[in-house]
Each structure stands twice: as C-alpha cells, then as structure tokens.
Ligand binder design. Structure first.
Ligand SMILES: *Cc1c(COP(=O)(O)O)cnc(C)c1O
Length: 228
C-alpha cells in the first residue's frame, strides 16, 4: 500500500510536470490506471487513494474486479482487443472502449448497450506505426469508420487511441503521437467534435502529453513490473 501510494504520487507529479513543460492546461491529462493482471487488492488500494479510472484488457478477469470495487464506482475502460463474442459483457460492464477498430464490433456494442446506462464512450484505435501485426485501423480508414460509428445512438464517439511500438527515442515517440493528434485535428476540421486522445503508457507518457494526450494509460509505473 505504501509503495502504491508513492508510485501514484510520482506518476501524478510527472503528469503535472509534463503539463507545465508542454504548456498543457493543469489537470487536462487524465490518469487511467491499467490494472490488467493485477490483484484486486492492489486495484482497490488505488481506488482508495483516489484513482477513478481503471483499464482492463480481458473481460473475464475484469468482471471479478468490477464486482469487488463496486463500492467505489470507478469508471472502467476496456482497452484490449475485443472479440465479437465478448461485446455484450463489455457493453454491460464498462463505461469506455478504447479499442474499436472495426464496424462490426461497434454495431454489436451499440446493440448490447443497456438502455438504463448512458451511451458507451468509444475511441477508435489507430495503427500509427503501420505495423501490420498490431491492432488498430489504418490511418487512411479512420474517417470512414468514424462516419459509420457516429450515427450509432448508444455509442458516444469521443476520439482516437494508439499504442505505438515501444521505443526509447523521445523524438520518435512524439512523431507517432503527433500522427494521431493531426489525424484528430483533421477530423475535427471536417465537423467531428472529438475531445479525447488516448495515448501514452509508462514508457512514453511524457511524449504523449507533449502531443496532446487527454488520457494516458499507465500500468507498470503504478503497479510495478507485470509478471504475466
Ligand atoms: C498494458 C497496456 C498499457 C499499460 O502499459 P504499461 O507499460 O504497463 O504502462 C497501456 N495500454 C494498453 C492498450 C495496454 O494493453
């Protein structure tokens, strides 16, 4: 618990410093704690320390934690690849999905979003590296997919997400995030109202904040190295 508290303080400090360094509005970068593979007790401890948003990649694993943290009512974000047969559970138990990269998944989420819940917040995941093995849609195809997702009334299309290939080179990190930011700016010029750029992990959060991230997804810096 003590360690978690110190790590959280450190991450919050780094966010504040990067906001200042790169001329971002104080408080404009939201910390999403990526809790995949982490024990529910640690996740609960972070919630008790004031973290309000958690990211999970696996539905089965997430559901147990969602149950155990229900007293804190955090916002749950689904950030992993989505299988079509899991869309109902995702639509019922999460507030956000960052990893939409095909229309079929968006349609299924839209159909399954329960009427008593607000529309499901959606980011389109973009493959800014053009690495064919990774998830995410090609940048050239984002506008078409956005046009198909926008009319789905149980979804609220909020913006774009990327998970670029890891590199230690700060300039290269910024180039990848700049692509996502520019893509979003172009779409907003054509009439979209995107307010979310979900980008940056433990390794590249400073570059992401420099390029306009509004949500950074941090696992390792909060919980320590993942063992699985
Ligand atoms: C695991 C994961 C993260 C967190 O990565 P860390 O390096 O542990 O901060 C962020 N985004 C996605 C999509 C992930 O799968």
């Amino acid at each position: 618990m003590k360690k978690l508290r110190e790590r959280l303080q450190q991450v919050r400090l780094e966010i504040e410093e990067a906001e200042r360094e790169f001329g971002r509005e104080p408080g404009s970068v939201k910390l999403l704690a990526v809790s995949k593979t982490r024990a529910a007790g640690d996740v609960l401890a972070l919630a008790q320390l004031g973290v309000s948003d958690f990211g999970e990649n696996y539905v089965q694993e997430a559901r147990a934690k969602i149950g155990q943290l229900s007293g804190h009512s955090p916002t749950w974000h689904f950030i992993g690849p989505i299988q079509s047969n899991k869309t109902r559970q995702v639509a019922e138990h999460f507030g956000w999905v960052h990893s939409v990269d095909r229309i079929k998944v968006a349609q299924r989420l839209n159909a399954a979003r329960p009427a008593h819940l607000p529309p499901l917040n959606i980011c389109i995941q973009v493959n800014v590296d053009a690495e064919s093995t990774k998830s995410g849609i090609d940048p050239d195809e984002v506008e078409q997919l956005a046009g198909q997702v926008l009319p789905l009334s149980r979804l609220n299309l909020r913006g774009l997400m990327a998970l670029p290939a890891p590199t230690e080179d700060f300039a290269a990190q910024r180039r990848a995030f700049m692509k996502l930011r520019r893509l979003q700016e172009r779409l907003n010029e054509t009439g979209y109202r995107f307010d979310t750029l979900s980008m940056g992990t433990t390794n590249d959060m400073r570059a992401a904040i420099a390029e306009g991230a509004t949500i950074i997804r941090i696992g390792t810096a909060l919980f320590g190295p993942r063992t699985r």
